[in-house]
Design a protein around this ligand. Structure first.
Ligand code: ATP
Length: 599
């Protein structure tokens, strides 16, 4: 009798414990889920249009959603799977209840087996559906991520050259990599949360109310308190995320700049200096990260793990605003022209062209004030002058990197801006002193932007540039890797490859801006000989600091502080005894001195 009574008491006690644990679990889970869902939905509904940051968040989110439209049907399939899986998940507590019934009431042994079987089947089915759903969802999201990244990259490439002058490479790389990653994650999580929370909330509420509306009410009572903290931390995260992105971009800038100028860093033995600079930038990021970590810890502490996504999503949407800055930025370039004549002579005229880099035309800021014929078909025209006199600026205007502020540049008598951009860059080829090669094969470098060219055309261009011979001696000939920034070949070889890259497109205007400065006398002579032959078919504009190179030009323009001071051929200018004669004399003297020193 005593044993029977003891067994009965134990069973009742067990029943109470199971019920209590189930209630605690149920209540914690339900409240966190309810809060998450409530917050998520309210973040959509409660947006006050007068508050700018919220408006921006909404707009960013709306635009992000735009990238998902092409995948509409895939999302429908995912949604169905989410509903089925949530149904299975939310039904489990009901069967946990049936197990408790069995413990309380041993007369119904079938209830236990039935509950366990259904629970097992539902758990497996729910897990399988969740797996398929996550797989489909993540693949789709990766696709969207790639397309967002591509769009941002394209938007950046379309910007005018002045934008690249003002924006650091590190910042650009950061936007395209780190920021797009954050945005894609935000996009992914926002939608995932919306689907899962809505589905789970729906089924959960249904089960809860069907069990007991009073318990439902009790469970919901704790909501307002824990509602506030993640909301505040979420807002803080959003602000700090922007600062973190900016600080990371600055650190990236130091790294990119250091690696791309490694030789300069080494030759000044400034590795420690750069390391310190990078460390200081990282310190700034670290300080911001600490604040971010505090906000994260507060939100995690305030609620269960389900809640942690909310501030993160807010943070990532903050990052997306930076990306949209680029996407929305209208490039300051005039609309593309329409002219693409079959026959181009290559006659370039600067008609009262004025230009300054900052848009101001006062004497202090003015860089160019030029009125002259810059190139004539079948001729080599040389542009000479002291450093900073504006020679390279003329070239940049010809390439349409910048727009003249006043006057007009004419190509074959028609405004330069009326030509198609692609056409113009095909017809005007520029080789500059700092010619950049890509970390690709020599073949790819020569055919850069002109991939359809045949190997014969490539060989012809390389021969003209005196490059074919040395390329054939490279380990893999034309397939040899030129290395990062052309680091696997010498300066002179790099210039010859760059000249071949310009010549392959048979340009009508060939501009050589100190392009042979790294060549030895023998190679320079060969290249110039080839260019003189080439000049029969096009106009060549030669910028060089070597007077021995310049003197062979049919026409020489002397430029000083942005203005044309003298024009003519070598003899005429020497007879003038002006600026040009002075430059030649200075160079002769320094050559003579060098020879004497050598002797
Ligand atoms: N991107 C730029 N932004 C602002 N100012 C610039 C920029 N590029 C050149 N300048 C300025 O414009 C002026 C003319 O420079 P430019 O490079 O055209 O001279 P250059 O005659 O080619 O000189 P060098 O012989 O040294 O190459 C200089 O004062 C230079 O500092």
């Amino acid at each position: 009798m005593v044993i029977l009574n003891l067994s009965f008491v134990l069973q009742v006690l067990q029943g109470y414990i199971v019920t209590l644990v189930a209630w605690l679990y149920w209540s914690r889970y339900v409240s966190s889920l309810l809060i998450s869902w409530g917050q998520y939905i309210s973040s959509f509904i409660k947006r006050t249009p007068s508050q700018k940051p919220k408006e921006e968040t909404g707009a960013s989110l709306k635009r992000l959603m735009g990238y998902m439209q092409p995948f509409f049907w895939r999302f429908v399939a995912v949604l169905i799977l989410v509903f089925l899986s949530s149904y299975g998940e939310m039904a489990i507590p009901q069967y946990t209840g049936r197990m408790a019934d069995w413990i309380m009431n041993e007369e119904a042994p079938d209830a236990f087996t039935e509950a366990i079987t259904i629970m097992t089947l539902m758990t497996i089915a729910s897990a399988v559906l969740e797996f398929i759903c996550d797989l489909t969802y993540n693949i789709t999201m990766s696709r969207i991520h790639t397309s967002v990244q591509g769009v941002v990259f394209q938007a950046v490439l379309k910007q005018e050259i002045a934008f690249f002058d003002a924006t650091s490479t590190g910042e650009l790389v950061s936007r395209i990599t780190t920021d797009t990653n954050s945005v894609s994650e935000a996009l992914s999580e926002e939608l995932s949360l919306l689907m899962w929370y809505t589905a789970r909330f729906g089924f959960l509420l249904f089960y809860m109310v069907s069990q007991s509306w009073k318990m439902t009410l009790l469970t919901c009572m704790g909501l307002p308190i824990i509602w506030v903290i993640p909301k505040l931390t979420g807002r803080f995260h959003q602000t700090i995320a922007v600062q973190v992105q900016e600080s990371l971009a600055k650190a990236n800038q130091v790294a990119t700049e250091t690696f791309s100028n490694m030789k300069t860093v080494r030759s000044f033995a400034n590795e420690d200096g750069e390391t310190e600079k990078y460390r200081l930038r990282l310190e700034d990021t670290y300080a911001l990260n600490k604040k971010e970590a505090a906000a994260y810890a507060a939100s995690t502490w305030a609620n269960s793990a389900v809640m942690r996504y909310y501030p993160q999503v807010k943070k990532a949407i903050g990052a997306s605003e930076k990306i949209f800055e680029y996407l929305d930025r209208k490039p300051q370039v005039p609309p593309d022209g329409t002219l693409a004549p079959e026959n181009l002579q290559g006659h370039i005229q600067f008609k009262n062209v004025t230009f300054s880099y900052n848009g101001k035309l006062n004497e202090e800021n003015l860089v160019l004030k030029v009125c002259t014929n810059l190139s004539c078909p079948g001729q080599i025209t040389a542009l000479v002058g002291l450093n900073r006199s504006g020679k390279s600026t003329c070239v940049k205007l010809l390439e349409r990197f910048y727009q003249p502020i006043g006057g007009e540049i004419l190509l074959d008598g028609k405004p330069l801006k009326s030509y198609k951009d692609q056409y113009l860059h095909d017809k005007i080829a520029v080789v500059s002193q700092e010619c950049v090669l890509f970390a690709r094969s020599v073949r790819e470098n020569i055919k850069y932007g002109y991939e359809h060219a045949s190997d014969e055309e490539m060989h012809r261009a390389a021969n003209l540039a005196s490059a074919h011979k040395f390329i054939m001696e490279l380990p893999n000939k034309y397939d040899t890797d030129a290395g990062e920034k052309g680091g696997q070949v010498s300066g002179g070889q790099k210039q010859r490859i760059a000249i071949a890259r310009a010549l392959i497109r048979r340009p009508k205007v060939l501009i050589l801006d100190n392009a042979t400065s790294d060549l030895d006398t023998e190679n320079e002579y060969q290249v110039h000989q080839a260019l003189t032959d080439q000049a029969k078919d096009c106009s060549v504009l030669l910028i060089s600091n070597k007077m021995s190179v310049v003197e062979k030009a049919s026409h020489i323009i002397v430029i000083d502080r942005g203005m044309v001071k003298e024009e003519g051929n070598h003899e005429e200018l020497m007879n003038n005894k002006g600026l040009y004669a002075g430059l030649v004399e200075k160079q002769n003297k320094s050559c003579f001195r060098n020879e004497e020193e050598l002797n």
